[in-house]
Design a protein around this ligand. Structure first.
Ligand code: GLN
Length: 194
């Protein structure tokens, strides 16, 4: 099974490492044809304003939306911002993959970056792991079918909807494989496009 990592700008290398740890192949996605043959996609952290522009420049907007109609997408930090339905910042044009409203940089600047040990709940199980937040977005609201897997300071930090997962933190920086596993192991593709 091959998973793509969107490599337009930002922090990709450690996502490849996590996917390899899980025994998955991974390839860089920079143009629409790179999505062929893939069964999942990671949208990494970085600068969401830049990635938003590059998505359009590389003609990836519609191909990414169509891909997400069938296959799972995992977004971390800026990746989550790009997956949102709405971003409270007009400089980002999100893809609308997750029914969440997000505010960029809502937990403060780079110097307010933090690593917290948080507990997550999913399918009746709980687990704890370190979560590193770097100029993290805040999830201000979620849709009725958005499942909150974990929270911090009263806001969701990990959400799941359909087959997609969005995280405000960077699991790849702490070597946390759990969320990639959750998103991509036992992939069930949605045969009916929305
Ligand atoms: N603050 C960045 C943005 O809004 C996200 C930071 C990150 O991905 N670590 O794009």
């Amino acid at each position: 099974m091959s998973i793509g990592v969107l490599e337009l700008q930002g922090d990709f290398e450690k996502h490849h490492q996590i996917l390899h740890t899980l025994g998955m192949e991974s390839i860089a996605v920079r143009s629409p044809s790179d999505l062929d043959e893939l069964e999942g996609l990671v949208i990494p952290g970085g600068e969401s304003t830049t990635v938003s522009l590059l998505i359009d420049r590389n003609k990836l907007r519609e191909p990414l939306k169509a891909f997400a109609d069938i296959y799972p997408v995992l977004g971390t930090c800026a990746g989550l911002i790009l997956m949102a339905r709405k971003v409270l910042d007009t400089k980002v044009n999100p893809l609308g993959i997750l029914n969440v409203v997000v505010r960029r940089n809502a937990y403060g600047r780079q110097i307010h970056s933090t690593t917290e040990e948080l507990t997550f709940f999913e399918d009746g199980n709980s687990f704890s792991c370190p979560t590193t937040m770097i100029r993290a977005p805040r999830i201000d609201s979620t849709g009725s079918s958005t499942e909150v897997l974990g929270s911090w300071k009263g806001h969701p930090v990990a959400v799941r909807e359909d087959r997609h997962i969005g995280l405000v933190f960077h699991p790849e920086l702490d070597g946390v494989t759990h969320f990639h596993q959750l998103a991509f192991q036992g992939i069930k593709k949605n045969s009916t496009r929305k």
